[in-house]
Design a binder for this molecule. Structure first.
Ligand code: NAD
Length: 483
C-alpha cells in the first residue's frame, strides 16, 4: 500500500462530532490510507473571541496537509462573527464547489427518482465579494464582480469533471439576458471553452428556467456550471429534490487545497442524541478519497453505503414504512462496515476511475484589447424639487463642457430624462451619463475631474463615478433601460 496521506479533520459543533466519528470508523475499517490531524474550529474558538472561528495555528495545519475534512459548525448570529466557510474558500483559493445530487429511490422517497446531477458552483466571485455600500438614504448597492480567469477556471473545471467522471453534458446557467456584461462574459467564456471539448455536449439555460427544470425535471440535467449566488441557490434545490439534504456531500476544490464537508449544518436541535444521519459526511469523505487518489477505497465505502441504504437500514430522518430497521448514528456506521466489499443490487453501484480533474485547468492567455475612455456615469444623491427628473435633467445638462456632454439621466437604471415617463418611480439615487462631445473622441481623466468640480460648484452630492470604456471599440458598459 502507498504511504499514508495526512489529512486535517475538524469535529465541528452540534452533530459534528457524532457524524465525524461514524465517518472515521468507516474510513479506517475500509483501510483508507490516511492519517488524521485534528484541529478545533467553530463555537469553542468563537467563544475565545476569535471572530473567524479558527485559530491562526490551525490555518498552518490546514495549509500543511492541504486536504481538509470538516464537520459542520454553528455560526453565532450577529456580533461581527464571520462565516468560516467563506473565509476558508477565499483564503485557500477553493474556486470550485462540487455537489453531486443523486436520488436513492425507492429507499429514500422522492418525486424525482432518476435525479443524478452535479452542480459545479463558482466559489470566490460574484456578489459574495461582499463589497456593499449605502449611498443615499434610500439606496444600497452590492457589487457583482465576475472575472475572465475566475469564470474560465470554473468552466474548465466543469468540463474536466465531466470528462473524468464520464458525464455527457455540461449546462451553463446564467442571467445574461439581463446582465449582459457580467453574466454575458460568463456565458461567452462557456461557449469558448466548450469548443475544446467536442465529445461533451453543452447547452445554456437562463437561470430562472434552469432552476425550474431542476425542481421539476432534474433527470434532464447532468453537470451544471454556474456563478456563485445562482449555484448557492440551485445546489440546495437539487439536493432537496433527491429527497433529503442530509445525504449530500460537497467538495471545495482549489489548485493547491481542498475541503470536503456535508451540505447540512450542525443540527443543534438533535445534537448529542446519536440520531443524525452521517451519510452527508460519508459521501464527502468518499469525494476526498477520490481526490487523493484512493478511488478503490472510495468505491468500496460508497457501494457498502448504497447496500446499507438498499437493505433498509436507515437513520430516523429517512426511516419510512418500507425501511427494515431504524438505527442510531454509530450503529449505521457499523452496518456500513459490515457491508464493506458488497455492492448494491437494485441501486446502481459506483465505479471511480483514476483521473485528475485539475490537470486541464489552465487560464488562457488573451490578447489585450485597446481600452479607451469614452465617458463617465456620475451618480448623485438628490432629493429636492419633488424629485422631478425634468428639473434635475435640465440642470445637469448645463454642466456639460470641456469636451464632455450630458447624455441621459436614469433612476435605478431606467431613463427618466430626456423623454422619460412621468409614471416612473424615482428614488433619491440618480445617474447622469456624460460622453465625449464628438462621437468617437476619447476622454481624458482630467476632463472627468473638471466635470466633478462643476458638480461640486453646483452643490450636487456626487456619490460615485463609473468610467465608461470601450474595448476594441465594443462598449464595456450597459445601456440604460429605454436608452
Ligand atoms: P441544519 O442543516 O443544521 O438543520 C436543518 C434541519 O435538518 C434540522 O431540523 C436538523 O435536525 C436536520 N438535519 C441536519 N442535518 C441532519 C442530519 N445529518 N441528520 C438528520 N437530520 C439533520 O441547518 P440550520 O438549522 O439552518 O443551521 C444550524 C447551524 O448550522 C447554524 O449555526 C448554521 O449557521 C450552521 N451551518 C453550518 C454549515 C457548515 O458548517 N457547513 C452549513 C449550514 C449551516
Amino acid at each position: 500500500m502507498s504511504e499514508k496521506r495526512k489529512i486535517t479533520i475538524a469535529y465541528g459543533d452540534g452533530v459534528g462530532p457524532e457524524i465525524m466519528q461514524a465517518t472515521l470508523d468507516i474510513l479506517f475499517a475500509a483501510e483508507a490510507q490516511i492519517e488524521t490531524e485534528v484541529i478545533e474550529i467553530g463555537e469553542k474558538v468563537f467563544r475565545k473571541g476569535i471572530t473567524t472561528g479558527i485559530a491562526p495555528e490551525s490555518w498552518e495545519i490546514i495549509k500543511k496537509n492541504k486536504v481538509f475534512l470538516k464537520a459542520p459548525i454553528t455560526t453565532p448570529q450577529g456580533g461581527g462573527f464571520k462565516s468560516l466557510n467563506v473565509a476558508t474558500r477565499t483564503t485557500l483559493g477553493l474556486f470550485a464547489n462540487v455537489r453531486p445530487c443523486r436520488s436513492f429511490f425507492p429507499y429514500v422517497p422522492t418525486n424525482h427518482p432518476l435525479t443524478d446531477l452535479v452542480i459545479i458552483r463558482e466559489n470566490e466571485e460574484d456578489l459574495y465579494s461582499g463589497i456593499e455600500h449605502q449611498q443615499t438614504q434610500e439606496v444600497v448597492q452590492s457589487l457583482k464582480l465576475i472575472s475572465r480567469p475566475g469564470s474560465e477556471k470554473i468552466i474548465r473545471y466543469a468540463f474536466e469533471y465531466a470528462k473524468v467522471y464520464g458525464r455527457n453534458k455540461v449546462t451553463c446557467m446564467s442571467k445574461d439576458n439581463i446582465m449582459k456584461q457580467t453574466d454575458g462574459l460568463f456565458h461567452k467564456i462557456f461557449d469558448e471553452v466548450a469548443r475544446e471539448y467536442p465529445q461533451i455536449e453543452h447547452d445554456h439555460m437562463i437561470i430562472d428556467i434552469g432552476s425550474a427544470i431542476i425542481a421539476d425535471r432534474p433527470h434532464q440535467l447532468d453537470v451544471v456550471v454556474t456563478e456563485n449566488l445562482y449555484g448557492d441557490i440551485i445546489s440546495d434545490i437539487a439536493a432537496q429534490v433527491t429527497g433529503s439534504v442530509g445525504l449530500g456531500g460537497s467538495a471545495n476544490i482549489g489548485e493547491e487545497f481542498a475541503m470536503f464537508e456535508a451540505i447540512h449544518g450542525s443540527a443543534p436541535d438533535i445534537a448529542g442524541l446519536d440520531i443524525a444521519n452521517p451519510s452527508g459526511l460519508i459521501s464527502a469523505a468518499c469525494m476526498m478519497l477520490v481526490h487523493i487518489n484512493q478511488q478503490k477505497v472510495a468505491e468500496t465505502i460508497k457501494n457498502a453505503w448504497l447496500k446499507t441504504i438498499e437493505d433498509g437500514i436507515h437513520t430516523s430522518d429517512i426511516y419510512n414504512k418500507d425501511s427494515l430497521r431504524k438505527v442510531w448514528t454509530q450503529e449505521f456506521a457499523k452496518e456500513v462496515i459490515l457491508r464493506l466489499g458488497q455492492k448494491p443490487v437494485r441501486l446502481r453501484p459506483v465505479e471511480y476511475k483514476e483521473g485528475d480533474t485539475m490537470s486541464g485547468i489552465k487560464v488562457s492567455k488573451y490578447e489585450k484589447a485597446v481600452k479607451e475612455l469614452v465617458g463617465v456615469d456620475v451618480f448623485i444623491d438628490w432629493d429636492e424639487e419633488g424629485r422631478d427628473p425634468e428639473v434635475l435633467g435640465k440642470a445637469l445638462k448645463k454642466l456639460s463642457g470641456n469636451g464632455l456632454s450630458f447624455s441621459i439621466l436614469t433612476n435605478r437604471g431606467v431613463k427618466v430624462y430626456p423623454e422619460g415617463h412621468p409614471e416612473t418611480f424615482c428614488s433619491d439615487h440618480w445617474r447622469a451619463r456624460f460622453v465625449a462631445e464628438k462621437e468617437g473622441d476619447s476622454v481624458q481623466h482630467n476632463q472627468i475631474i473638471d466635470l466633478l468640480g462643476r458638480f461640486q460648484a453646483a452643490g450636487y452630492d456626487f456619490i460615485k463615478t463609473e468610467n465608461l470604456y470601450t474595448f476594441d471599440g465594443a462598449k464595456g458598459y450597459s445601456l440604460a433601460q429605454g436608452e
